[in-house]
Design a protein. Structure first.
Length: 85
């Protein structure tokens, strides 16, 4: 993959809307016998521009999730298409 090219082309993609916020939660670890604090962002983000070059990676991320804590369902996102210009 041409990562340098992807980074350069990503400069043309602009965020058009966002309502993300931080969300903290905790879970009990029976293995460690203590409560663990977890957190991350929730919400929606919209982007404008030509995303076609990035769609393969974005779709892959929908299935494998991204980042830390994916085994707990973290890193999950959904790509929603809109034809609105």
């Amino acid at each position: 993959m041409d990562f340098r090219g992807l980074i350069e082309n990503a400069r043309a993609v602009k965020q058009t809307a966002s309502d993300i916020h931080w969300y903290d939660w905790s879970r009990y670890s029976t293995r460690q016998e203590e409560w663990m604090s977890l957190g991350g962002i929730l919400g929606n983000v919209s982007y404008g521009g030509d995303l076609s070059e990035f769609m393969t990676l974005l779709r892959l991320g929908e299935y494998i999730h991204v980042g830390k804590g994916t085994s707990f369902g973290l890193g999950k996102y959904e790509v929603i298409y809109s034809t609105r210009l």
